[in-house]
Design a binder for this molecule. Sequence first.
Ligand SMILES: [Mg+2]
Length: 248
Amino acid sequence: MTSTVTRDASRLATAQAILFDLDGVLTPTVEVHMRAWERLFSGYLAEHGAAPYTVDDYYLHIDGKPRVDGVRSMLASRGLELPLGTPDDAPGGPTAWGLGNLKNGEFAAELAEHGIAPYPGSLHFLTAALDAGYEVAVVSSSRNAVAVLEAAGIRDRFEVIVDGEVAAAEHLPGKPAPDTYQRAAELLGLSPEECVVVEDAHSGVQAGRDGDFGLVVGVDRGVGAQELLDSGADIVVTDLDELTPALR
Ligand SMILES: [Mg+2]
């Protein structure tokens, strides 16, 4: 008899490890980013006599773009322009990169001032997974991943973190390439097949699908369940706690 692999939540019970994306899976990091951009631009636009920054500006000009591109399109929306500069420009310097680097400082200030709480359902699922003996890792494109994990009070739960810093140091291509997830599996001493990927973004579920992982769980924080399934998720939930009963 030919065996049929059922790619559903039952695969969680036989997996050895769970590899979590961070932003949007464990923590609502977008809120911190949005407040950091607001801090950056409300002062800057006022100084330059431009129309005030609004939340719509985030979605229209910044969301989903590399930082420096977000700076440039935000400025362009107000008829402002800065030379591009280079990634090592001093924060606040008179270039798009300088302004973008200042945004990183605003992000750190926001985290320090207001902290960040993990999604309660994700925290419950993570705790239950650790109690059940699963290995866990964080796989994030962010260079702020460790700071976010610390602010959320869950840094010590992860021995393996493959973030933007690790990817840069090891020359790993970012999502949607599967390499960062595969590296996390390798650091845990496991094959991709033994690991579950948990993601909220198209690029992340694509990475899970293309990396031959045991299961790809999509968490729908607004992308849309069908969209995540189309990109490669095996199952989609709106809250990770829905899967707690499927842990072994
Ligand atoms: Mg994410």
